[in-house]
Write a protein that binds this ligand. Structure first.
Ligand code: DLL
Length: 435
């Protein structure tokens, strides 16, 4: 069984990797300066010329790009090749403002699919696997990316897209799927439906899952692994930088290796923009080193995480990023306290609840309110009001210990919280709606 997709790159010495990155960066800055007037203007305003960038050590001199720039330049303003050279468009699932559209040449597609192939191999996949792709197909990059990677590896690919969960399980049983690719929230739903259909992990052949596109906790990983009888691997990416496969987890399951031969990462202070030393939490920034059509330099992802070069037992030398804690704009500030939804998920699962919950934040009488609805399983469900009240009280206390603020917990009947087939919506902040 192959251990790596691109062994030379994935296990390259630090010195050789830096050399490769330097060469690619110098070339890419010229490409962007010459072909993207929007970015040329940003560089000119900063007084930076392409020749000022001689190596990765000069990266900090370049201006940042943010989502606002992408909206300003929508749709063609950051395109670096003639449209006739592009073969594909993908788009973000963003629900507010203008969508972000990303363009790909054939070479961009090949590299992106290679990234997904690296991820599939790292999850133990090979050409004998049956890979069920249950990420959404269409403008979202999840379906297209893993589909392409699965073909490259030579897996038998099931292009299911998301939804129709019972049919997903039927195909899984009939065709013997061994790898499942979807969002972690959908994987949890598939696991739950499997059990509802009277089946157990012994009835399916799944061995691995490649789950990403949204933040998920270690507790959620364990829940999914148990319900489907698999090893669950994280995969990260964003449309602006290509899609899934910017980074991927290996057998060690402790952080994701970044394909740094293609995507150069930095961690910055989100307030000041200052580059932070390795090991510090901050905002992840990427520079695409080889992309032709949509080559973003120093793109601010708004994802908060940490980088590490600690030696990995899988033999890969690619730098690792920890699970992102969420986007800086996912963080809720409730009564002055910073709250990440993932902290609440951790407590819920630790306390024996399912990951079916909804967080609602509002402001009443000038005070922030935090309401958390949590679904009970049929086994947990009780029609004795006193029992339910006691459970609510003890869960609220556990959450208060984690967050430092008191939530109102509502335990609700089984199957009353809407399940997700793609990216889960777990937070409703009504304060924004009132503004
Ligand atoms: O979600 C690409 C993708 C598809 C990644 C399938 C993995 C699997 P966007 O829709 O542009 O692209 O959303 C990108 O999703 O900036 C993160 O905030 C979040 N995200 C993606 N993967 C993870 C992950 C795809 N593994 C945004 N953990 C990113 C946490 C993730 N957050």
């Amino acid at each position: 069984m192959p251990k790596y997709w691109h062994e030379d790159i994935e296990t390259m010495s630090r010195e050789d990797m830096k050399k490769l990155q330097n060469e690619r960066l110098v070339k890419q800055v010229h490409h962007v300066y010459e072909h993207v007037p929007y970015y040329r203007d940003l560089m000119d305003k900063k007084g930076i010329k392409p020749d000022d960038i001689q190596s990765v050590d000069d990266l900090h001199k370049l201006p940042f790009l943010s989502k606002a720039d992408l909206r300003d330049a929508y749709p063609f303003g950051l395109l670096a090749v003639p449209l006739s050279e592009c073969v594909r468009i993908q788009s973000t699932s963003g629900t507010t403002g203008k969508r972000v559209v990303a363009f790909y040449t054939q070479a961009d597609i090949e590299l992106w699919e290679d990234c997904c192939a690296r991820a599939i191999i790292a999850a133990g996949g090979d050409k004998d696997d049956v890979c069920q792709v249950a990420y959404g197909y269409g403008l979202f990059t999840g379906g297209a990316g893993l589909h392409g990677g699965s073909h490259k590896v030579g897996c038998l690919t099931l292009p299911m897209s998301s939804g129709n969960t019972e049919r997903q399980i039927q195909f899984m049983c009939d065709l013997g799927s061994t790898i499942l690719c979807c969002t972690p929230s959908y994987a949890a739903y598939i696991g739950e439906t499997l059990h509802d259909m009277g089946l157990t992990p012994d009835d399916i052949k799944l061995k691995a899952g490649i789950f990403g596109a949204e933040p998920w906790t270690e507790e959620m990983r364990r829940t999914i692994e148990k319900s489907l009888g698999i090893k669950a691997y994280d995969i990260f990416g964003l449309t602006e930088i290509s899609g899934p496969g910017v980074s991927f987890e290996c057998e060690e399951q402790s952080g994701m290796h970044i394909n740094e031969d293609l995507f150069l990462p930095e961690i910055i202070d989100p307030e000041t923009g200052e580059v932070l030393p390795e090991g510090t939490v901050g905002e992840l920034v990427f520079t695409a080193l080889t992309k032709e059509a949509f080559p973003l330099l120093r793109y601010r992802t708004r994802d908060l995480c940490v980088l590490s070069r600690k030696k990995c037992s899988c033999g890969r030398t690619l730098i690792k990023m920890a699970k992102p804690m969420g986007r800086s704009d996912d963080m809720l500030i409730i009564r002055g306290v910073n709250v990440f939804p993932s902290q609440i998920e951790t407590v819920l699962i630790e306390q024996g609840y399912t990951p079916n919950y909804l967080i609602e934040v509002d402001r009443k009488n000038n005070t922030d309110t935090l309401d958390i609805s949590v679904e009970l399983t049929p086994e947990q469900f009780s029609d004795k009001i006193k029992d339910v009240q006691n459970m609510e009280k003890s869960l609220a206390a556990a959450i208060k210990t984690m967050l430092g603020i008191n939530p109102k917990v509502h335990l609700v009947s089984p199957k009353t919280i809407t399940r997700s087939e793609g990216k889960a919506v777990r937070v409703i902040d009504r304060r924004k709606l009132h503004e």
